[in-house]
Design a protein around this ligand. Sequence first.
Ligand code: ATP
Ligand code: MG
Length: 262
Amino acid sequence: MVEVKIPRDHPRYWSLLLRERIVEGMKKGVVVPQGLIAHGRGECFDYIIGERTWPPAEEAVKAGVAAFLLAKHPVISVNGNTAVLVPREIVEFSELTGAKIEVNLFYRTREREEKIAQILYEHGAREVLGVGEDASATIPELHSERRRVSPRGILVADVVFVPLEDGDRTEALRRMGKTVVTVDLNPFSRTAQKANITIVDNIVRAMPLMIKYARELREKPRRELEKILENYDNKKILGSMIKIVLERLGELAEKGVFVDKG
Ligand code: ATP
Ligand code: MG
């Protein structure tokens, strides 16, 4: 539970609530201090894009879901921030797409792994990989503790969902030939630039949308999903998101206010 009371009518109520959830996560030893800084970086970009989901992000969601539904071994990689912000949604998305869930941490300790797995189990996960001895395989060329992965999970995955992720890891996964889907509010980060499918949105808005599309698209024939992927161009999507940033900053510079076109 969040201890600090935030007035419901505060204009940035949701943002402040999320901030408190991250802080609580740190007090419980689930989120690391570096996770707080990453969250702040995300908030900054969310402010600029107006804390809403833009059409290019929705297109990336659709492509990411299609990639997951077509995958042989889809895996969702979970870190501290993700576990605190969207645990229920991670579990629901994994159920809908048949994806495995794996804990994967930059600052890996057995205790943190177990705490994150426990949050996921409390939200209905049937199996959580990457805890303790299960993380016995290694990703080549990665030097942080994050190189340790599960031989039943990320090691053999063809498509990996790595939200709120660091650039080194995204690059290493790409070099291993995996398709990387990410959620990252910063369209300039290396992760955003290197992933195959980049959803520039807050994870708390992106995950419910991914669930909605997973429900919808899993009823469709494979051919239709393949078409979505064939027509998807991540560079174009990233470019469109950066144009949105430019336009909004341009309006602010011209008129002194953001013009919300809805
Ligand atoms: P990179 O290593 O990819 O160049 P970085 O070092 O800035 O980027 P990391 O800490 O490695 O970033 O990864 C965290 C990323 O997650 C940041 O780009 C941050 O903007 C983003 N982020 C943080 N909170 C959220 C959130 N709630 N939703 C979406 N993205 C977020
Ligand atoms: Mg980084």
